[in-house]
Design a binder for this molecule. Sequence first.
Ligand code: NAD
Length: 489
Amino acid sequence: MQEYKLFLNGEWSDSSTGETFEDINPATLETIGVFQKASLEDVLSAVDCAKDAFESWSTTPAPQRGKILFCAARMLEERKEKLARLMTIENGKILKEARGDVQEAIDMAYYAAGEGRRLLGETTPSELPDKFCMTLHRPMGVVGLITPFNFPMAIPAWKIMPALISGNTLVIKPSSDTPILAIELVKILSYAGVPRGVINLVTGEGGKVGAALVRNKDIRAISFTGSLDNGRWILSEAGKDMKRVSLEMGGKNPVIVMDDADLDLAVDGVLWGAFGTAGQRCTAASRVIVHEKKLAEFQRKLIERAKGLKIGSGLDESVDMGPLINAPQIDKVEKYVNIGKEEGARLALGGNRTKPLAGYFFEPTIFSDVTADMKIAQEEIFGPVLSLISTESLDGAIDIANSVAYGLSASIYTENIKNAFLAIEQIDTGITYVNAPTIGAEIHLPFGGVKATGNGTREAGTTAIDEFTDLKTVYFDYSGRLQKAQIDT
Ligand code: NAD
């Protein structure tokens, strides 16, 4: 059994208490690795190492930092297939998706590396003569990164790469269900030349190890991706020290299918959006709001196609859907299926654990006759469960789309430009797709949500740098005399 360590000051170390935990393959329930339960002392030591490394790293010219990230990107590319297989074993997602997850990390590494020669500020005229105005991005210090299980390499990379190129040092705590890929990423960054202490990794329970990062006074910013309850606690706790907090949380993402939509295209998109990664994506489609004129036909086509999805080990290239991540997650999905039945929705497909597979497999599940106020149409399930809701108009569909607490991603299928633009304008989400599924973000565009999905920050794109830098405004007066803004003008 492979044993994985903490990464402190460039060294792989045991936890100070010697305590460990195990990680299992959700498709077979076999144990695949042993990890360190970091103690509070280990977390303190990780933060201290990052603090000590800050001066040297933050004063290294950004293009030099970029060179290291370019090197890491190339190393990730060379190891893509091996990392993807490891991810399928640890997380369960099918190989095709695991390759995509690693590719996102590669893309982010290249993108952030290029930022080393940009990190653009603004220059703008002054209202006074002989005066120059500009803004500069400055590194913040030590940042704490806390990541979920569902994108084991992409999400750590989305946070680590921009944090590093901006000149910060960091401590990362990955999900206890999928720590291996974050560990592999840190290994690669270290081989690529990130100096000791700049990047540190601790593993262990969220409520203990993650919380210790949130409470640490030397950490300037926390970047968290995970569930709403944990994000809400982190925001209030970190707020006590005026830390910057970036939160990326849940979704209840709708797809609107209008009566003028290309139905086959919509079925393709909904299948991929709802059942890709077994529904365990923050952007997964969990509600389809279909125009009543097309509902029967859409439902028939969707069920026909969903019946054909092959469930099994993601290592088998012919499989479409792997397992859920762990026992609590499959219990949660089962609980929501029962709630849906009790609420009066009609179970049109699935609804059961898949036997005789040993792991946490659940059938693609579709409820019809769902109303917008039902719990299954309001709460994040994070599994392969889809609700079909009828609408008689675009206005009605948009009202339903907006009737949930979350606001991450949405999509509309329509051949009518006016419908598309009204949806773009009126749906309350951070991301909206037209004639495409709710999933499929590209790393050079901002990513994030509104309402309960987040607190307004955006990852990726040029906004990735904003998440990890302080902006300094500079006024440079070369007139040689006292000039007074607003008074001398
Ligand atoms: P989770 O909230 O259970 O865990 C996320 C991370 O937080 C883990 O590393 C965990 O150990 C840590 N954690 C738990 N309690 C903590 C605490 N008190 N203090 C500090 N850290 C703590 O989430 P999960 O089950 O791993 O992931 C699924 C959730 O993540 C879903 O709600 C999903 O929608 C969301 N998600 C959102 C996005 C996005 O970008 N919006 C992307 C992926 C996943």
